[in-house]
Design a protein around this ligand. Structure first.
Ligand code: HEM
Length: 431
């Protein structure tokens, strides 16, 4: 054998060993974000994929090729690369709806989510985000701290006597709903219905869901729109100092916003701010319960709360997966992502990447770092500041107020594919 064929054979051997290794990885750690076992602890799968196959090709439930990215640098690069655009979910939904024409359609759902920032590209995205972001300015939200503290104190006061609570149902769930409602100007008595709709509507990000589920979500979108239509009519007659009145004013001042966009944005803000913030509080308190020394550290030094929240967001990220579409062929880490292919970026895995965070599986509330719980690039979370403030006040208050103990040995995770959050978090405390 001459030396050239020896090299060729060696390259072939390496390539086939590589292939076998990848197949073994895929088999040992299947990426299935719908599997309850995966939900319990996705981190071993992420770690394995990141080290063995960081650009992981998998078959989606429709049979198409998709890619999963788990390295911090790749995730950040994709989110800041204009060759990757937002998912075409509204269009896909519209296509699906076509098959339903006899019985109904998803038109209201499609009409609503197609105006959500998540699914818009510039210049439409830039215009709508410009109007909405004024309402989420740091100083406006900072000035709400006393009001948010009062809401948290009120919620904890309700369970004080009992000496036990479900952190999700009694604190994490009502808090974002009350705060978003008060920013938008929704009357208090309507909170619980809106919270349920907000919860349900977020499932639109999850796939696969059945046609029946989409029909249900279409109904939810309709209810949201009917509710906000009548509130808009009220505010048009009598404006108040709330976000809804501000959006109505933007509509009449040079048509910066249409009524359709206002309705869609109200549903979006309620829906995306709900489960995400719930998960920050739930996952955050759970991480502290599993790390009693860190819990004690926060108790002793409440001023570390800002870095503590950043670390809790990194350690068990409330949003785990987001997706993009390639609009041209792009090479990443030696693999070619073809135009039209969908790419799933895993924030949960990126935020545990040892190349970015030394000893990433260790929780350290004073760690100084930069992670990606809120995404990156032009779609960076609009509500990041609101979520941070709510998380800081909720978690610091509960930790300073009581000594918490986990009151179950069976935790159940919600079945969303893109989010990571508990159904319930029962605790006891010394009242
Ligand atoms: C801990 C809580 C939260 C987390 C972890 C979170 C996470 C994220 C992430 C990862 C994205 C980027 C999506 C993408 O690039 O495809 C995003 C976008 C967004 N988030 Fe949040 N979010 C949270 C809370 C909130 C809240 C409270 C609101 C509003 C009330 C909100 C509103 C939005 C909006 C409107 C976008 C779309 C921005 C755009 O496309 O320009 N989020 N969020």
């Amino acid at each position: 054998m001459n030396s050239m064929s020896q090299i060729t054979n060696t390259n072939k051997d390496v390539a086939s060993t590589d292939k076998i290794k990848k197949l073994a990885v895929a088999e040992a750690f299947p990426f299935n974000p719908f599997d309850p076992e995966f939900h319990t602890d996705p981190y071993p799968t992420y770690n394995c994929l990141r080290s063995c196959e960081p650009i992981h090709r998998f078959k989606s439930f429709t049979g198409g090729n998709e890619w999963l990215l788990t390295r911090f640098a790749d995730v950040k690069a994709v989110l800041n690369d204009s060759r990757f655009v937002v998912d075409d979910l509204p269009k896909r939904l519209k296509d699906k709806s076509f098959y339903l024409k006899q019985e109904g359609d998803f038109n209201t759902l499609t009409q609503t989510i197609s105006k959500w920032l998540f699914f818009l590209d510039p210049p439409e995205h830039t215009r709508l985000r410009g109007v909405l972001s004024k309402a989420f300015a740091a100083n406006t939200l900072e000035s709400m701290r006393p009001q948010i503290q009062k809401i948290v104190d009120g919620l904890l006061g309700k369970v004080q006597e009992a000496g036990s609570m479900d952190v999700i149902a009694d604190l994490a769930c009502p808090l974002p709903a009350i705060v978003t409602a008060s920013i938008l100007g929704v009357p208090t008595e309507q909170h619980s219905e809106l919270t349920q709709w907000a919860h349900d509507l977020f499932y639109v990000f999850d796939q696969p869901i059945s046609l029946k589920d989409y029909e249900y979500l279409n109904k939810v979108a309709l209810e949201f729109r009917e509710y906000f239509s009548s509130l808009i009519a009220e505010r048009e007659k009598k404006p108040l100092e709330d976000l809804l009145s501000y959006l109505i004013a933007a509509k009449s001042q040079g048509g910066k916003l249409s009524e359709d966009e206002i309705l869609a944005s109200c549903a979006m803000l309620f829906s995306v701010g709900q489960q995400t913030t719930e998960n920050l509080i739930g996952n955050g308190v759970l991480a502290l319960l599993h790390h009693p020394q860190q819990m004690q550290k926060l108790k002793a030094q409440p001023t570390i709360i800002s870095s503590a929240i950043e670390e809790l967001l990194r350690y068990d990220s409330p949003v785990q997966l987001i997706s993009r579409l390639a609009i041209e062929d792009v090479e990443i880490g030696g693999e070619t992502i073809r135009a039209g292919e969908r790419i799933v970026v895993c924030l949960g895995a990126a935020n545990r990447d040892p190349a970015q965070f030394p000893d990433p599986d260790r929780l350290s509330l004073t760690r100084q770092h930069y992670s990606l719980p809120f995404g990156s690039g032009i779609h960076y979370c609009l509500g990041a500041m609101q979520a941070r403030i709510l998380g800081q006040i909720a978690i610091n208050t509960i930790v300073q107020r009581w000594d918490l103990k986990l009151n179950t040995n069976k935790l159940e995770w919600r079945k969303n594919a893109s989010l990571r959050g508990l159904k319930a978090l029962p605790v006891t405390f010394n009242a």
